[in-house]
Design a protein around this ligand. Structure first.
Ligand SMILES: [Zn+2]
Length: 170
């Protein structure tokens, strides 16, 4: 097998790939790209400009995410990384990719506004019910507005009786 020669220059496509390997510290099953917080990537010579929209304003993870983004891109060959924060439009859970929502569910976190479909359709948005990520029951009860982090609420399934976290929709 002959490996393709990897160009030393980091282009925008490669930068996106690198960012897709940077996991969110609060939801370590999703990358910052899957969460939808990377809004723009531009490469200008050796400098990579990344525009981030934090999930929740004041989320303590924001600085850690910025540091992780800079570190990953520098390790991938960027001579310089500039991170810009864009607050408007505000991040919404709608920016979480459907495939990422399914990853959240498998991890045991009920994704925002999504219920498991029973008819072979992909996950779909649902305005009110929070489905159990384990058994897909809609009979769930909120135990606490806050889970391990402020982004999540604690729920319990009334059918399988398992507690689970729900990534709050905003
Ligand atoms: Zn359940």
């Amino acid at each position: 097998v002959v490996n393709a020669v990897v160009s030393a220059a980091l282009d925008a496509a490669r930068a996106w790939q690198v960012l897709d390997g940077v996991l969110d510290p609060e939801v370590p099953v999703l990358s910052v790209v899957e969460l939808g917080i990377v809004r723009d990537v531009a490469v200008d010579g050796g400098c990579v400009h990344v525009t981030l929209t934090p999930t929740y304003s004041g989320c303590p993870a924001t600085e850690a995410i910025e540091a992780a983004v800079v570190q990953a891109l520098r390790e991938a060959g960027a001579a310089e990384v500039r991170v810009q924060t864009r607050l408007a439009p505000a991040w919404t859970t709608d920016w979480i990719a459907p495939a990422a929502a399914e990853k959240l569910r498998r991890y045991g976190i009920a994704p925002p506004h999504l219920v498991a479909a029973t008819d072979g359709q992909p996950l779909r948005f649902h305005p009110r019910s929070v489905a159990c990520p384990r058994c897909a029951s809609a009979r769930t009860q909120r135990l606490s507005a806050f889970g391990a982090t402020a982004c999540k609420a604690l729920y319990r399934c009334l059918d399988c009786l398992e507690p689970f976290e729900h990534f709050k929709a905003i």
